[in-house]
Design a protein. Structure first.
Length: 69
């Protein structure tokens, strides 16, 4: 039996939706993309990958803020 990771499926959906031209999107289309991306973020946040991304972004922001001082 084939199993599909829902997070991977959402990544594919987001990639396909973002490839379309911006002018062709309606407001509903844009709102739906935002909802899908938020759902993807919620699914990735508690995983090891999500924690790694959060740590990397935290270090990046910290480095940028220290460089600005």
């Amino acid at each position: 039996m084939l199993t599909i990771n829902v997070a991977v499926l959402l990544v594919v959906i987001v990639a396909l939706r973002l490839r379309r031209r911006t002018e062709a999107r309606s407001r509903f289309d844009e709102k739906m993309t935002v909802v899908i991306v938020l759902a993807l973020g919620i699914m990735l946040a508690p995983t090891g990958v999500g924690q790694g991304i959060a740590g990397f972004l935290g270090q990046l922001v910290s480095g940028i803020s220290q460089a600005g001082q």
